[in-house]
Design a protein around this ligand. Structure first.
Ligand code: FAD
Length: 591
């Protein structure tokens, strides 16, 4: 069984703004090495692969990637924007509640900053929070300038709603709960008409290509017709979104398979706080139905959570009952399921003042299809993986630890969310930091007049010959179930250690398989990132924010720190990751 080694060596002084002045390195996992990854997913021979050159390549066309691409193009850069699906298909498209921004008269930037810091459980970077929150009003104006139809109140001003954790009405929305759809369509319209952006749909980014000095300067991709191509650029932005598909229960769409984190780690990038995965407490749970998210607004209108015996349980868990923070409600729903030996809890809308069919037409029609009348029948719900809080460690302009590589949006750990993400702050982050990253990349393009072609260091691997046929879909299902069971809303050291052993076993099998199509690449990426989440969660021997361990149920002062995972290896493989516990500096200065 894998064991986390509590030995903590190597104490190096480093500057800090908060907390204890140390960087503590943890010799975290006993042999065998906690991770072994080939540098590239497929055997490589670039001689016959067509190469296209741009000033910048953006991988991912959600809110973060599209915004960054438009901004970089606005600075004169020739930008390629890639999506493995359509340009629209993304987590952004599904965003419901809205985007937080201080635009109300009785609101203030200081209050939004305080709310965000409080929910981040002391791990957010106050300067990043301040700068993202301050960018909110301009981000709303930019949306309006693009023609976004945001909902209005009776006086013609922006209609603002309030969500859990926010102390004011500051959620800007569109189509009541179709905000992501409106934002994504506006951005895609801009992208399609912007001269500086060439977009490529159904193009799967497999791996980042590095030069001899470790700089990233290309992306190896597979087109819809399964042809390999390389997009070269001195500046590459990853905006590939989150990792929700790693879990059996998730609100995330099919594209959310952790590709960006996985490929960046294979290229040597540092990731931070991967253990923090946010669960949404109320996903519709009907066999055969998509795990549609039932938003807080339903509970805000008076929806109550009950167990199979009709007992309302939330008041026992939190004074705010059904409107407690998401992580608290998720754990309560989970505990109620265990206590009553049931597969879900139930949302009861029978006491609402309004007709729930009129108030929530989307939920009403989905449930009706499955024979549930939401005005009278309890709706079965359970938690689902919703948001990847950690990610690639970036500075305030989106620079990762690798020269030439940038990251923004859900794939990145910018310092905004800390140990928990406040609802409606991620669209804000995608737009504000998307613009900041695009601008910094535009400046980098202007400062780089090199016209020479990069030479990639590629160590060719031989073709893989599996001894047996492996069923990738079966492996994916097993991984998702394992993550839901052992790395879900409640975790234990023993369960996670056993899970990591299983993942290592699958990893060895995967490394013998020929990985020939996107599904196999996605599985490999999910398996890699599942291990990073597990390693981070094993190391963090405390409970904080969305990370809850029943064997360490409280926050611990020594973990008022980030966990950083640094890949160790050479140009053919990543041999291991080293975990460091770092105090709360935000930039990459101490990397
Ligand atoms: C159901 C739901 C509701 C939500 N509601 C809200 C809300 O109300 N407010 C809020 O602030 N947040 C909300 N969120 C979270 C928010 O939507 C996301 O965090 C945010 O949209 C992420 O934006 P992004 O640009 O980083 O990634 P995404 O929008 O997910 O875009 C990722 C892009 O990367 C591409 N991609 C991925 N891998 C590859 C690859 N290998 N090669 C090529 N392309 C690739 C995808 O095709 C896609 O274009 C919600 C999320 C969900 C799932």
């Amino acid at each position: 069984m894998t064991r986390v080694n509590p030995r903590q060596g190597l104490c190096v002084p480093c500057p800090a703004r908060l907390g204890v002045h140390f960087t503590l390195r943890i010799d975290s996992l006993d042999s065998p090495a906690p991770l072994h990854l080939p540098r590239y997913l497929i055997p490589l021979d670039l001689r016959n692969v067509p190469q296209y050159r741009f000033d910048a390549v953006v991988v991912g066309s959600g809110a973060a990637g599209s915004t960054a691409a438009l901004q970089a193009a606005g600075s004169g850069a020739a930008v390629a924007l890639l999506s493995k699906a359509s340009l629209e298909d993304s987590n952004t498209l599904l965003a419901k509640g809205g985007m937080a921004a201080v635009v109300g008269e009785d609101d203030s930037l200081a209050s939004h900053v305080q709310d965000t810091l409080r929910l981040g459980c002391d791990l957010s970077d106050p300067e990043v929070v301040e700068s993202v929150v301050s960018g909110g009003p301009a981000a709303v104006q930019a949306l309006l300038d693009m023609g976004a139809e945001l909902d209005q109140d009776e006086s013609g001003g922006l209609a603002l709603s309030k969500e859990g954790g926010h102390s004011s009405h500051r959620i800007v929305h569109a189509g009541i709960d179709a905000t992501g759809r409106e934002i994504q369509s506006c951005l895609v319209r801009q992208v399609r008409t912007c001269e500086g952006v060439s977009s490529f749909e159904q193009v799967f980014a497999i791996d980042l290509l590095s030069t001899a000095d470790g700089t990233v300067a290309g992306v190896l991709c597979s087109t819809e017709r399964r042809e390999l191509v390389v997009f070269q650029a001195a500046q590459i932005i990853l905006a590939t979104g989150g990792a929700g598909q790693i879990y059996r229960e998730t609100t995330n769409p099919a594209i959310a398979t952790a590709d960006g984190v996985a490929m960046a780690v294979r290229a040597g990038a540092v990731v931070r706080d991967m253990e923090f995965i946010q669960f949404h407490p109320t996903c519709l749970y009907i066999a055969g139905a998509a795990r549609v998210l039932i938003s807080e607004v339903v509970r805000g209108e008076g929806g109550m959570l009950r167990d199979r015996h009709g007992r309302r349980f939330m008041p026992e868990f939190h004074p705010a009952a059904e409107l407690a923070p998401r992580d608290v409600v998720s754990r309560a729903v989970f505990d109620s399921m265990l206590a009553t030996d049931d597969t879900s809890a139930y949302l009861d809308l029978s006491g609402l003042d309004r007709d729930p069919h009129v108030a929530f037409p989307g939920i009403s029609s989905t449930c009706e299809f499955f024979g549930i009348d939401i005005a009278t029948d309890p709706i079965p719900v359970r938690p689902g993986c919703h948001y990847q809080v950690g990610g690639l460690k970036v500075d305030r302009c989106g620079r990762t630890s690798i020269p030439g590589l940038w990251a923004v949006g859900e794939v990145a750990s910018s310092g905004l969310h800390g140990a928990n993400r406040m609802g409606s702050n991620s669209l804000l982050e995608a737009l504000v930091l998307g613009a900041a990253t695009g601008q910094a990349v535009g400046e980098a393009v202007r400062g780089n007049d090199s016209r020479s072609l990069p030479t990639f260091t590629v160590r060719e691997a031989g073709p893989r010959t599996p001894p047996v046929r492996v069923n990738v879909d079966d492996l994916i299902y097993s991984l998702k179930s394992l993550m839901w069971r052992e790395l879900g809303v409640r975790r234990t050291g023993q369960g996670m250690s056993e899970a990591l052993d299983k993942m290592r076993f699958w990893s060895r099998a995967v490394q013998a398989m020929p990985l020939e199509d996107p599904r196999a690449w996605e599985f490999s990426n999910m398996l890699e990132v599942a291990q990073l989440i597990t390693i981070g969660a094993l190391a963090r021997e405390e409970s904080r924010g969305v990370h809850h361990r029943t064997d360490f149920p409280n926050p611990r002062p020594e973990w008022l720190a980030h966990s950083e995972l640094r890949p160790q290896g050479h140009d053919a493989a990543i041999e291991s990751v080293v975990i460091e516990r770092r105090n709360l500096e935000s930039a990459l200065s101490n990397s």
